[in-house]
Design a protein around this ligand. Structure first.
Ligand SMILES: CC(C)(COP(=O)(O)OP(=O)(O)OC[C@H]1O[C@@H](n2cnc3c(N)ncnc32)[C@H](O)[C@@H]1OP(=O)(O)O)[C@@H](O)C(=O)NCCC(=O)NCCS
Length: 166
């Protein structure tokens, strides 16, 4: 039985595990989520989870957590990879490798965006150009931000995508 529920403070450890997936940490030679904690550029997506404005969804099957989508705002002086402005939160998403392509990511995104729509005008994200997840984001209404391409730690290009609610 597939479930999706709002992320709470007790989910922080799981969010670190999903940040490991979302940030392609394995490609960078990392082996555990704990190793992300002193990589401030990545850690800032989860560090201190539960500050005002944070919103997240976790989900899985039969009570086992397998994926998470969450968002948080960043200030200009700490602009994260998909920063647009101080009012627009940036979304991150990860699903356990063995569970990808089964619809969980779509359910997490849909639930998170439904919640985000209540309090934000738009949501952004940063994605590698070659990531098949771009199709998922486009289906949900995200569009490329012109001129947002930047070189990522893998040496390929990442771009910012934006979904406007109003
Ligand atoms: C992106 C991701 C969260 C999607 O979750 P999911 O449960 O696999 O997604 P769903 O099954 O609901 O939807 C399928 C869509 O997800 C994307 N997707 C599927 N497998 C994927 C994979 N291995 N890597 C990246 N995206 C994938 C595709 O857009 C796919 O749509 P398509 O069938 O039209 O190609 C998940 O695949 C994942 O964790 N990938 C690796 C980490 C990542 O790339 N995170 C996003 C960083 S911006």
């Amino acid at each position: 039985m597939v479930f999706v529920r709002p992320a709470d403070l007790s989910d922080e450890k799981f969010l670190w595990a999903m940040l490991f997936e979302a940030s392609h940490a394995r490609d960078r030679g990392l082996t555990s989520p704990e190793q992300l904690m002193d990589q401030s550029n990545v850690a800032r997506y989860v560090q201190g989870w539960g500050v005002a404005g944070d919103l997240g969804m976790v989900g899985g099957t039969d009570g086992v957590l397998l994926g998470a989508a969450w968002l948080r705002r960043f200030a200009a002086e700490n602009a994260a990879f998909g920063y647009v402005d101080d009012d627009t939160p940036e979304l991150a998403i990860g699903v356990a490798p063995e569970s990808r392509g089964t619809g969980l990511g779509t359910k997490l995104m849909t639930a998170l965006l439904d919640a985000a729509r209540e309090q934000y005008d738009a949501v952004s994200l940063s994605v590698r150009l070659e990531n098949p997840a771009r199709r998922l984001y486009e289906r949900l209404g995200f569009v490329d931000v012109p001129g947002s391409g930047q070189t990522n730690p893998a040496g390929t290009t990442s771009i910012t995508m934006l979904l406007r609610f109003r």
